[in-house]
Write a protein that binds this ligand. Sequence first.
Ligand code: PGA
Length: 232
Amino acid sequence: MERRILAANWKMNPQSAEEAVELARELDRLLAPLPLTKLLFPPFVFLPLLEVRNLTIGAQNVFWEEKGAYTGEVSPPMLKSVGAEWVLVGHSERRNILGERDEDLKRKAEAALKNGLKVVFCVGEKLKDREAGRHFEVIRKQLEYVPKREGVVIAYEPVWAIGTGKNATPEQIGEMHAFIKEIFNTKVLYGGSVKGHNAKELASTEGVDGFLVGGASLKPSEFYKIGEALAE
Ligand code: PGA
């Protein structure tokens, strides 16, 4: 694995298989020369369709059981069988919109690891927590449910910075990444409105081992710019 990680979280985009195949092909071609570990997290349905050689594929979610009566869920062995090597666990949209609880996330991460999938485990505080000065406490609590094992990478994504165009400052990121690494010494990615124009500054922040990128990962030239900043 390269030292730094560039991860694309497509969320519920793009809207068709045709567009997904095309976008993945374009990212695969553009990012090929960058000396980074490049991860792509598309929606489940696109996983078996994407033809990429330079990107490693992962899923945005996973269930904790391996098979059975769990309508609508997708198991770790299913993901492996279509070529996924990673999973995202605990994204704030799943915590806050789908109501996933810390205990659920722990089970998901453990099931993934047991089946040989690697995990990007997302943590992040809400604006009200930061304003109340509770951000370290919130992150410490979320980290209690993270399996502290090889194969797990943390993504620090302050909820107030996701999709809002607002970044955490380098100082806020630096101190939080250091705090996380004290609890669990692993790679820590930053996520939250990483764009072409701010990638350089964020990439040079102490303790940033990579990025988890949402919106900008749907725009090949901008995503490339972010990768370039990370690879410098
Ligand atoms: P964003 O999303 O880059 O669009 O802010 C990041 C994420 O949610 O992973």
